[in-house]
Structure formats: C-alpha cells, structure tokens
Design a binder for this molecule. Structure first.
Ligand code: ATP
Ligand code: MG
Length: 332
C-alpha cells in the first residue's frame, strides 16, 4: 500500500529549541515509521525576513540538520532536503500566483499578524506576503496530503487547498492533492520568561545545542510564581514555567507530584525546584548534545546527507512538476 506523504520543515533562522522538540520533532520521529516523510529546511522562506543575513541562514541549515539527526530523525527513513535546491518549488509558485488574488494574499490572517508583529507596515516586501503561495508549492510539489502544523498555520493549509481546487478545476486535472492539517496535540511550550510561546526571536528559548552552563543560567532566570517570595509562602503552579517544564521533561512523575504538593503548601523554595529541573533537563539534553557535537564536527557527512535527501526530493518533485505542466499545456 502506498504510504501517506507528509511534508513538514523549519526555517533555518536559528537552531531548534525545546518548543520545537515538543511541538514537532517528537511527532516527526514517530511519523517517519509509518509515512513517507519529507522534512524541508526552508532556507528560501527564511530569507523572506532575513534576506540581508544570508550567512546566518546558510549556517543555520547545518545547525538545524544537526538538531534533526540528534533527536532521531533518520535520513534513511525521512527525506531531509534544502528548499532552495528544489527548482520545482519557485516554478510552481509562479504558476499559482495567477490563481490567487492580491486581496486574498493581503487577507491571510497569519501573514497580517506577522506583518504587525514585525512592524513592517508599508515596507513589507512582495516576497513576504507571497510566502503562503510558496508554501502551497512546497506541499503540492510532493503531493503531500498530510502537513503537521501548529494552530496558527491553519490559514496556510486553507490557502493551499484553495489553490489545489482552482488549479484542478481550471486545468481539468486531479494532479494536485488537497492537504490535511495534522494539528500538533501538545500545547505550545512557554518561554523561560513565562510568555505564552518559546520562540527564537523572543530571546526566551532553551536551544537543543545550549551547553550545560547556558541551560543553568536560563533555568535560574526562569519565571515562576511572582508572589512566592519566602520559602514558607505557598506557591502557585498555574503559569509557573518551572513546573510546566517538569511535567514534560522530568521522568519521575511521582517526585514531580511530591514537589508540587510541597510547593503549594509552602516550604519549598524556587531554587530547589529549579535545581531539580536543571538536573532533569540536562539528563534529557546530554545525549542530544553529545550526538550533535559528533555531527557538527563532520560537515562533510552533513553535506552528504543533505545532498542525498535533496537529490531524492528533486527527483520526486520534477516528476510531479512534469504532470502539472502537462495539465497546463506547458510541455512542448
Ligand atoms: P521565530 O521566532 O523566528 O518565529 P520560532 O522559535 O517561533 O521562530 P518557528 O520557526 O516559528 O519557531 O516554529 C516552527 C514550528 O515549530 C511551529 O509551527 C510549531 O509547530 C513549532 N514550535 C515553535 N515554537 C514552539 C513552541 N514554543 N511550542 C510548541 N511548538 C513550537
Ligand atoms: Mg514563530
């Protein structure tokens, strides 16, 4: 039986953090066992808001790949590829641009939000507002039918499916496949500052590549219960990031429950809980760090993996592109 094709990926605008781990990496390690999974390192998309920093994007391609390998994404099971090396994607983007009105692009809620967040206003580039069309090209170039995304990315899948339906209707074909969003079950991981989302750009992330010292510093600065001042004060668990992380990363659930009970009653200081979290985080991160170090020492090996995956992705996408061009009477 043909396996479901899954497309997912990350923008290499920085290394990956614990939020990525719980939000997407874990599910990719599982999905590679049952599906045909493509993981795209989206350097072209990263350039839409980093076009003045191409070296940063270039270097982070290797960082992101090392993160993938270290958490267990297996290049023999998952096709890992670089977006900019797949010419079918920009070509499809051009064709799809005819099928989307300018008003529709400007109405995309996720893009609107990002324009506001980044303070672009009228300086927003055509490349940036166009990126949902580019994503439709990413997905359809592989005939992916499942796309794991966070809730905020739903408008992207909607836009993709609108393009798929228009295309198939106008060019009387069924070569494009509608995609289904696989909403990640885990809630977003909060940042160490207690903000709702751990994010590269918010400076509140613990990265998979952080050293034990860096993690220690970050954990010490973590947001807890601001009213828990004296050790004897009863503390609150809601909104307390240290306990949120313990629930996810500590292996001894009974011990976590005991700490919670004691914290709520009073008599347990933040520092003690933080030290325990640090120990647990390091136990989790140590093997990832060791593995990462091995890979980052061997850039030749990393390149080989990228080129192999990209070669495979190129072949698949060219086949799909040919079918698409046939439907558009573009084969001469
Ligand atoms: P940036 O600050 O540049 O937006 P980021 O750190 O928010 O970067 P993204 O590249 O926007 O990371 O995230 C890509 C995907 O990773 C998201 O769609 C989501 O699936 C997952 N992800 C990112 N941050 C988190 C988080 N804190 N909790 C859960 N999942 C997350
Ligand atoms: Mg983000």
């Amino acid at each position: 039986m043909k396996k479901t094709v899954v497309l997912t990926g990350d923008r290499p605008s920085g290394p990956l953090h614990l939020g990525h781990y719980v939000g997407s990496l874990v599910s990719r390690v599982a999905l590679q066992e049952t599906t045909q999974q493509y993981v795209m390192i989206a350097d072209v998309q990263a350039l839409t808001d980093n076009f003045e920093n191409p070296e940063k994007v270039h270097n982070n391609v290797y960082e992101v790949l090392a993160d993938y390998l270290a958490v267990g994404i297996d290049p023999d099971k998952t096709t890992i590829f670089i977006q900019s090396m797949i010419p079918a994607i920009p070509e499809l983007t051009m064709y799809y641009m005819n099928l989307v009105t300018l008003a529709r692009v400007q109405r995309n809620p996720t893009v609107k939000n990002e324009i506001k967040q980044k303070g672009y206003g009228d300086t927003v580039t055509a490349g940036f507002v166009n990126y949902p069309i580019n994503q439709a090209a990413d997905i359809t170039a592989f005939q992916a039918t499942v796309v794991p995304v966070g809730q905020d990315q739903l408008p992207m899948i909607e836009q993709t499916n609108e393009i798929v339906r228009s295309f198939n209707r106008i060019y009387k074909t069924n070569v494009l496949k509608e995609a289904e969003a696989l909403i990640t079950k885990t809630a977003r991981l909060s940042g160490i500052d207690g903000q709702a989302k751990m994010s590269k750009s918010l400076g509140n992330a613990i990265f998979l590549k952080d050293t034990a010292d860096e993690v220690a510093q970050k954990v010490r600065a973590m947001y807890t219960d601001p009213n828990h001042i004296k050790v004897d004060d009863p503390g609150k668990l809601e909104g307390n990031t240290v306990f949120e992380y313990l629930d996810i990363f500590a292996t001894d659930k009974q011990k976590v429950q005991e700490l919670k009970d004691q914290y709520q009653k009073g008599g347990l200081g933040d520092m003690k809980v933080k030290n325990y979290l640090l120990e647990q985080l390091n136990a989790f991160l140590d093997p990832i760090r060791t593995c990462r170090q091995e890979y980052t020492k061997d850039t030749a090996y990393l390149r080989e993996i990228l080129l192999k995956g990209t070669g495979h992705a190129h072949e698949t996408s060219q086949n799909v592109l040919t079918q698409i061009k046939q439907a558009m009477h573009l084969v001469y």
